[in-house]
Design a protein around this ligand. Structure first.
Ligand code: MG
Length: 300
């Protein structure tokens, strides 16, 4: 089956052999942070080093959504449909209100500035979870060199009272994150130091208590080649992860089922489209999409 690498026959019912990998846009510096807006029938995604957020729709193709908003990386939507952004430059979590104004939801913890929030998800209870490695303040390319003031942590933000809590902090470079469909598990990628010769390639999994407390953090899957950056979970609990050779599909036990082969390094993915079954793939300079035979967990 062209375009796929099959590690387990169960992969065959999750993909469509006649659905091609489509190129939706090219010429970006580095695509990241895809998020689907079903009510507007469009995808937003970051062109990170160009400090701009792009928009793609079936009817309108690619256009600029906004520029100069602080080297945005990961995106999500909250329970009211508002855009949540990780800004490297501003070292902050931003929320775009429905009228377009931008609110800073968090930019420091106990007086110390955040590093460079990388990726973000919203739980059904409205809490916002994000990773804060230093990648975006280590180079001018992704936001501008600045001094780190805090460890690389996973944070939980409650926008109802503005409280920011450390959810976990024993990380070697936390990166992408996603909940299981029942939100009892939280997957967090660990990609190590950006310039390390041998990056960490791990996805870890935490148990989530009703009150949001995390335990565990055990190894779930090692992604090779490349490393796990961003990923999403489908309705059956399979993890669709970025990798150097494409998108890896990993079952809830941690076993690799197969790979959607992509010509360039994948940074992040998002399910979207009318049925939630189209997988949008940010891969280096290119935005791709492919129809699958599963659906992403509805977000938020
Ligand atoms: Mg990332």
């Amino acid at each position: 089956m062209d375009g796929f690498a099959i590690a387990d026959p169960r992969f065959l019912r999750l993909v469509l052999p006649n659905a091609p990998l489509e190129t939706l846009g090219e010429g970006f510096r580095w695509c990241e942070g895809p998020v689907w807006f079903g009510d507007r029938d469009e995808l937003l995604f970051s062109d990170l080093p160009n400090d701009r957020v792009m928009r793609w729709s079936e009817s309108g193709g690619v256009s600029v959504f906004r520029e100069g908003s602080g080297f945005e990386n990961g995106h999500a939507r909250d329970r009211e449909g508002r855009l949540l952004s990780c800004s490297h430059r501003h070292r902050a979590i931003l929320r775009t209100e429905l009228d377009g104004r931008i609110t800073v939801l968090a930019d420091r913890h106990e007086g110390r500035r955040l590093n460079s929030p990388n990726d973000i998800v919203c739980r059904r209870d409205g809490t916002i979870w994000f990773t804060d490695p230093p990648y975006g303040i280590q180079t001018d390319y992704e936001g501008g060199k600045q001094v780190s003031e805090a460890p690389a942590r996973l944070y939980r933000l409650d926008p109802r009272d503005g409280s920011l809590a450390v959810a976990a902090e024993d990380f070697d470079g936390p990166n992408g994150l996603a909940f299981s469909p029942d939100e009892r598990l939280l997957y967090v990628a660990e990609s190590g130091l950006q310039f390390a010769e041998a990056p960490r390639r791990l996805i870890r999994v935490f148990d989530v208590a009703d009150d949001g407390a995390l335990t565990g953090g055990r190894p779930f899957h090692t992604v090779e080649p490349g490393f796990a950056d961003g990923f999403r979970v489908d309705v059956e609990g399979n993890v669709w992860s970025s990798a150097a050779d494409g998108v890896h599909c990993i079952d809830p036990s941690g076993a690799l089922l197969g790979t959607i082969l992509v010509p360039s390094t994948v940074s992040n993915v998002a399910f979207g489209g009318r049925m939630g079954s189209r997988l949008f793939i940010c891969a280096s300079h290119t935005l791709y999409a492919i129809y699958t035979n599963t659906r992403g967990v509805p977000l938020p």
